[in-house]
Design a protein around this ligand. Sequence first.
Ligand code: BES
Ligand code: ZN
Ligand code: ZN
Length: 491
Amino acid sequence: MKLISKKTVPTFKKSDTVVLFMGEEEAAAGGKKLPGAFSHFEKTIDLSFFKGRQSEIIFVPFADRPNLILCGTGKEKQRDAESVRRCAAAVASQCRDRAIELVHVPLPAVGGLDADAALSAISEGLYLGNYSFDRYKTRKNDNGKALLSGAVFYGGSGNAASILKETGIVARNTLLCRDLINELSEKTDSRGIAREAASLARLTGVTCRVFGKKEIEKMKMGLILAVNKGSARPPQLVVLTYRGNPRSRKFFAVVGKGITFDSGGMNLKPSGHIEDMRIDMAGAAAALYTLKSAAELKLKKNVYAVLPLTENMLSNESYRPGDVFTAYNGTTVEIGNTDAEGRLILADALAYTETVLKPSCIVDIATLTGACLVTFGEIIAGYVTTSRDLGSLLEKAAEATGELIWQLPVHKDYEENLKSDIADLCNISSEKNAGTIMGGIFLKNFISGTPWAHIDIAGTAHFSKSRGYRPKNATGFGVRLLVEALKHWQD
Ligand code: BES
Ligand code: ZN
Ligand code: ZN
């Protein structure tokens, strides 16, 4: 979708669709405050039905003048960037239902937000709400539905063009992230994702290294190889580098879980739990599109994205419960459950990232535990960290983007639950509780001192129903959060 900014409001054609946002307070004033250019509407339509409630939509079709979409922005006291994003998403969904492909948005004064914040929230909500994964539908545009191809904003500040450019980059990459996650695991297998990553090397400052099975064997990444044993497709380890600040040697590393399909392995997942498991690479997708966004935004920061990629499959060659494998850092790990595979591939990737790439901080992002979904539902991601500073950077970014995170403890008393009789560690806890924390505690063993955070997106990466600007299925969670964190990271 194209986002365009223009200074002055023109006289619209009668085929145009104009969007007006209005709060409850303005609506209560009888809608008498329609901007000058639209005052002729006041005599024609009865606005008493429109209350201006959050995301309330009224479509007013005219035969002889532009159509109007009125969108409520709620009470000023309850309004913030997130609530405005959701209003704009309601506009996108209205446009889709009516097959409207272009909207004109004279920028309103949105009480409670400054003009630039309002523009960025409206444009972001429109863009993110304007999504559908329909590549396997033979009849596109079912029921005449169509996506928006553009939005023109009128009367923004002098920053409007650059705000729209920035919003467009991050939002587009969020949609691409959703596409990669929603795509069939047959296509986005380890080599498919590695190919996508390698294509980013066309961007200024980006280089990509892909390690294949032989190199992974040579590097002795025993845990990635263990998970891969049951798969007919080779593992891949992708290391993307974006050098936006050549004068600094400091890097921010994002490590993303890339299980392209999680069958559970020998601990096979049952029906009801296996169907969506092609989304188990959502962490890798978030890491990839975070780095791509940073490069397109030309952020003056240095970033690594490290993606361990493999399927977790079932075959004669599969790894088994009771097996022991040696991690990249030499730690031996007993397999208590082959379905706890994400922490295994991340363990090798984290140890490699810390010891070879030596970044200043590491954030891993992963659909790691069903327990996270049980704890937080689909609304908030759980996270653990060894660094207050990194935690606070991420929490501020979460607040700004609406990609919410909540901290869980990594107290040392949890550690004894990962003891194994035959190896240094077991990949599952001896107790059934605290699953998300135990995943974090396991990973912590593969980090020695670098500030680190682990974000569990098992609930937030994939929705069972659409909410606001996030659709059903892949949400693209993590891209906006991590890009925002990167912007504010002091290197
Ligand atoms: N990929 C799953 C976690 C998951 C569950 C992601 C639901 C998204 C939605 C992960 O690999 C897994 O299977 N974890 C196990 C861990 C257990 C065996 C310790 C789980 O959560 O049951
Ligand atoms: Zn699993
Ligand atoms: Zn998994």
